[in-house]
Design a protein around this ligand. Structure first.
Ligand SMILES: *[C@@H]1O[C@H](CO)[C@@H](O)[C@H](O)[C@H]1NC(C)=O
Ligand SMILES: *[C@@H]1O[C@H](CO)[C@@H](O)[C@H](O)[C@H]1NC(C)=O
Ligand SMILES: *[C@@H]1O[C@H](CO)[C@@H](O)[C@H](O)[C@H]1NC(C)=O
Length: 387
């Protein structure tokens, strides 16, 4: 073989290998997309709820920071000064735009008065307005933070750089929306709420003496939809800064290599897993899981639970130990006479399952409003503090 022949043969082999690789890659990504859309069409409410987000806009690179120390100052000020205007002024002076790592946990710390919500931008669907307004009015001395995608990326870049590559790799916008909520709770502490969560009572005093809490889905709903005994939801959570539970959630997201589906990579699956492991290990710093009626007393109203349950005669004739979780959930719901609302005087929030970001529910979205302008000057963002 001449040198020239060898060269062309090698070129040919490379060409063939490259073409084969591309073809396989194309099929692979196609089948991934397919399985994802199939999964999403079957996955009911919890995932749909999680899909409640606008498509991610490319984040602008802008660095700024709010140190946890200054934030502590904010909250302390907020406790004594009910008007947001004066708090705002005080804080501005206190903010030192330095890069800070997440705080160490202080075992006597409690949940600070900061409410966090997240949306792709500050233009938020009007459907959420009454809920946001209600949560702000019932908790007037709480500092309010909006986490836009660009703020999320700025916080992660400065304080959780080890998470940045993962965050950028997420292909499901919900993976970003999910991950940032654990991060802000770990970093600043406070309460995170999805925007379709209605507040019916002030957060405090009921949640005041906790260092953290997690919301639980209605048992019947978890039993029926997921076949699990219970499930932690991430539509409402609270924490003191630096809580080891949320650090474990962040570490678990870092370890989880299967990404692309928020339900498993960043949502209720991972949260429930970490909760089980954390409580089994009897960690010295406890985390509290609330009863469903405290923050999520409703069954998802978009489902026809009776028809999903069907006839329960066969299930009821079995001993309880032989029943599936779904059968148990259905029997429990029937024993409550198909009551979908478990709220009582201990209810603080009501998760409404609006699912606005998803499928046919997107059609009921109302036009967006500017949340910063509407609630001026109350809405803070991570970036705006640095101006
Ligand atoms: C921990 O928090 C308590 C109560 O907020 C405070 O008095 C104490 O100084 C803090 N300890 C440290 C080491 O920051
Ligand atoms: C809440 O309701 C229960 C049962 O109806 C009642 O015993 C309790 O006193 C109520 N608590 C408050 C704070 O209203
Ligand atoms: C929203 O309102 C604020 C305050 O008026 C303004 O600075 C901001 O540019 C507005 N944002 C958008 C996207 O219009």
């Amino acid at each position: 073989m001449t040198k020239q022949e060898l060269f062309f043969r090698t070129l040919l082999v490379f060409g063939v290998v490259f073409a084969a690789w591309k073809t396989v890659g194309w099929y692979w990504s196609g089948s991934q997309k397919m399985s994802r859309s199939v999964i999403l069409n079957q996955v009911p409410s919890v995932v749909q709820r999680l899909l409640n987000r606008e498509p991610k806009k490319p984040p602008t690179q802008q660095a700024l920071n709010l140190s946890p120390t200054s934030l502590k100052l904010v909250t302390l000020t907020a406790r004594t000064t009910p008007t947001t205007q004066s708090t705002r002024t005080t804080t501005r002076a206190a903010v030192a735009p330095t890069k800070k790592a997440a705080p160490a946990f202080n075992s006597s710390a409690r949940i600070p008065r900061i409410l966090h919500q997240a949306f792709a931008s500050e233009m938020v669907y009007e459907n959420y307005l009454p809920y946001i307004n209600g949560c702000m009015s019932l908790n007037p001395d709480w500092t309010y933070y909006l986490w836009r995608d660009s703020d999320a990326e700025a916080l992660i870049s400065s304080a959780y750089p080890e998470f940045l590559a993962k965050y950028k790799k997420y292909s499901d916008v919900l993976e970003r929306a999910d991950s940032i909520r654990y991060i802000v709770l770990h970093h600043f502490g406070g309460i995170y709420l999805d925007m379709d969560v209605q507040c019916v009572r002030p957060f405090f005093p009921a949640l005041e003496n906790l260092n953290s809490f997690l919301d639980q889905e209605r048992i019947e709903q978890t039993n029926i939809l997921w076949g699990w005994p219970f499930g932690v939801m991430n539509s409402g959570m609270g924490s003191a800064p630096g809580h080891p539970f949320f650090r474990e959630v962040i570490d678990e997201m870092l370890r989880e290599s299967r990404i692309g589906n928020a339900f498993t990579s960043t949502g209720p699956t991972i949260l429930t897993q970490v909760y089980k492991r954390y409580t089994a290990a009897k960690h010295a710093v406890p985390v509290t899981m609330l009863e469903p009626k405290v923050m999520s007393p409703l069954m998802d109203g978009n489902k026809n639970w009776r028809s999903m349950c069907g006839s329960l005669a066969a299930a009821k004739s079995k001993p309880d130990s032989r029943r599936s979780w779904k059968e148990r959930g259905c029997i429990m719901l029937e024993s409550k006479n198909w009551r979908y609302d478990d709220s009582d005087n201990s209810t603080i929030c009501v998760h409404r399952f609006l699912h606005l970001g998803y499928g046919s529910f997107a059609a009921v979205r109302k036009k967006p409003f500017n949340i910063t302008a509407r609630f001026w000057p109350r809405v803070r963002t991570f970036k705006r503090r640095g101006k």
